[in-house]
Design a protein around this ligand. Structure first.
Ligand SMILES: [Zn+2]
Length: 282
């Protein structure tokens, strides 16, 4: 059985890309926080389903909830970086990017007491516009990144990128693990979790993960968010209709679906999967 990468991007309901034009960063601290209780629910879910995973966490969250970071570590999961406050990489300069990941890592390592060796860009925002990003991750000593979505999508995507693990910087050991995609009717489509997993029938995700494991003989890299298992989160009435449709649909069914996919396949921490892939890349 192929060991697949299980991951969750730790951010609150008001920090998602879909609401970034509706909710200002300076207002975040005044909003009802749900990230700690929802992340604890994810820890409990992983525990029930018997899987370890990676928590790509915002530095902003770790600064406010250091005890949560400790609980993630104590439960045997990996704490990795999701940057400081969800600014997309392609909107930053190289210097801003370096400062962002340094600040986040310092707080994450301080709270968790473990080295942070993995990074996931907010909204998979490493693409053809940021040829310097992987180089900076390598210089900063990261072992892996899982920041590329090799698809065409309205908010993100780098369709020319490889679909599976690759070394993005010549002469560096850094491994990039793109989020899982599937081949469907001659097209490459996103199939690695998040909204796709929540909105589409379970059978689609099961088919896609099987295709990747059996035909491509590769691990799937799967992700979701803590707010996706929280039907009780506050509603952002002013957000665009399409954003609201995507964000609020089928939240109540998500936890059961996640438990099912975790039980049906073999899952582990992304740092473990990255090490396996690094060994096959030579
Ligand atoms: Zn995110």
């Amino acid at each position: 059985m192929v060991l697949n990468g299980l991951s969750v991007d730790i951010e609150d309901w008001f920090q998602v890309g879909a609401f970034e034009r509706t909710i200002r960063r300076e207002d975040w601290d005044g909003l009802l926080p749900r990230v700690e209780r929802n992340s604890d629910a994810v820890i409990a879910l992983f525990d029930r389903a018997g899987a370890k995973g990676t928590f790509f966490t915002l530095g902003w969250v770790a600064e406010r909830y250091p005890a949560l970071i400790r609980r993630i570590v104590d439960a045997g999961h990996e704490v990795a970086s999701h940057g400081w406050d969800h600014v997309r990489v392609f909107t930053m300069t190289p210097d801003q990017f370096r400062a962002d990941i340094r600040r986040a890592r310092a707080v994450l390592e301080d709270a968790g007491g473990r080295a942070v060796t993995g990074y996931r860009a907010p909204s998979f925002s490493i693409d053809q516009r940021t040829p310097w990003a992987h180089e900076i991750l390598s210089e900063e000593g990261y072992a892996y990144s899982s920041s590329v979505a090799p698809v065409v999508h309205d908010h993100y995507g780098w369709p020319e990128a490889p679909r599976f693990a690759f070394r993005p910087v010549a002469g560096s050991a850094l491994v990039e693990l793109p989020v899982t995609t599937a081949r469907l009717m001659g097209r490459i489509v996103a199939a690695g979790g998040g909204g796709f997993f929540r909105l589409f029938p379970y059978a689609f995700s099961r088919w896609a993960i099987r295709q990747v494991n059996k035909q491509d003989r590769r691990p799937a890299i799967f992700y979701f968010h803590p707010w996706e298992i929280d039907p009780g989160q506050p509603r952002v009435a002013q957000a665009p209709f399409k954003s609201k449709l995507r964000h609020y649909s089928r939240l109540a069914a998500m936890e059961g679906k996640l438990e099912r996919v975790i039980r049906e396949f073999s899952w582990g921490r992304v740092d473990v999967v990255a090490a396996h892939q690094a060994a096959t890349l030579g």
